[in-house]
Design a protein around this ligand. Structure first.
Ligand SMILES: CCCCC/C=C/C(=O)SCCNC(=O)CCNC(=O)[C@H](O)C(C)(C)COP(=O)(O)OP(=O)(O)OC[C@H]1O[C@@H](n2cnc3c(N)ncnc32)[C@H](O)[C@@H]1OP(=O)(O)O
Length: 294
């Protein structure tokens, strides 16, 4: 699939709604990525429909490292400037949408790398959650932790059967960041279930995720899921894009404000947890258990 961005004059400008990110030392991962061509993503835009498809392609698990997250973030920002209408986020893998944060890069890493990783995660979440684009996660594989974060930050989730989805942070020894809690609560039918899920590291099957309201639809194939994704984006075709985007932004504004206020604290919690010898020991064992499955 060709990697290209096409100018779409037919759709009204949404980019004026996007506040520029404050570039600080901690956003270096994105800044670095922006000078390089994409390595781990493929972006295609259908200029007839105004729908972009961003395909995650970092084998074997689409584990999120700083470069990869910077690339996804930059693609979203580019699409906003190009006046795209909707974005479908999917995976090139037939098994894994994303296995979350790259745990191999969290193991025995120095502080600067850990900081780069977490800031890239924060920046990616902020960009995806706040984008005026109509966003759909086409979950064609397992979506664990950071993978689930990508799904719940999108507006609509369509999943293929027989995969797993959920946030297992407390199981891997990490507290769920408050911005992810808020994002999860934003889509779950009940706050009580959300609290239960996140404290217990509940992982759903595709089928039970549909019943619980964590995903919106199932599709039997990627082709069907693509059609359903386009149909969701098209369902807004008779609405003014700008009015829709402002309304979305208003719904999400408080969560974003809370995030900005707690951003440093959130980073500090992650850094202090990751640097604990007991956490590193656990991580080493966890990574071994993933390898031992072979
Ligand atoms: C919540 C968001 C905000 C909070 C911060 C975010 C934190 C996180 O995201 S922590 C990450 C937590 N993720 C996990 O615990 C997932 C661990 N992985 C799995 O459970 C499984 O791999 C799977 C269900 C995603 C897929 O299972 P399967 O199809 O059986 O594939 P393998 O287990 O054989 O994995 C293939 C390959 O990928 C490597 N890998 C898997 N997960 C990760 C990871 N998170 N980071 C780095 N690498 C990962 C795995 O080691 C295998 O590698 P190879 O041995 O080189 O093939």
């Amino acid at each position: 699939m060709a990697t290209r961005i096409i100018h779409l004059p037919k759709y009204s400008r949404l980019s004026c709604l996007v506040k520029p990110l404050t570039i600080s030392a901690r956003t270096f991962a994105t800044a670095t990525a922006s000078t390089n061509p994409p390595q781990f993503t493929t972006l295609s835009v259908d200029d007839r429909t105004g729908i972009a498809t961003l395909t995650l392609n970092r084998p074997p698990a689409n584990a999120l490292n700083a470069l990869f997250m910077g690339e996804i973030q930059r693609s979203i920002t580019d699409l906003e400037k190009e006046n795209c209408r909707g974005l479908i986020l999917t995976s090139s893998s037939q098994r894994i949408f994303s296995a979350g944060l790259d745990l191999k890069e969290c193991y025995k890493a120095d502080v600067a790398s850990l900081e780069g990783l977490w800031c890239a995660l924060q920046n990616l979440w902020r960009t995806l959650f706040s984008t005026p684009l109509i966003t759909v996660a086409l979950i064609n594989g397992h979506a664990i932790a950071g993978g689930c974060m990508l799904a719940v930050s999108s507006e609509y989730r369509i999943m293929l059967p027989n995969f797993k989805i959920g946030v297992n942070e407390t199981m891997v020894g990490l507290a769920v960041p408050s911005w992810l809690m808020d994002t999860y609560i934003n889509i779950m039918p009940s706050r009580r279930i959300a609290e239960w899920d996140l404290t217990s590291s509940r992982i759903y099957s595709s089928e039970s995720a549909l019943k619980a309201g964590l995903v919106d639809e199932l599709a039997s194939s990627k082709e069907e899921a693509l059609q359903k994704s386009a149909a969701f984006i098209d369902s807004f075709s008779k609405r003014t894009l700008m009015a829709r985007a402002i309304t979305k932004q208003q719904f999400r504004a408080e969560i974003l404000r809370n995030f900005e206020q707690n951003r440093q604290h959130d980073l500090d919690i992650y850094l202090s947890t990751m640097q604990k010898p007991s956490m590193q020991e656990f991580l080493g064992e966890y990574l071994q258990s993933l390898d031992a499955k072979k």
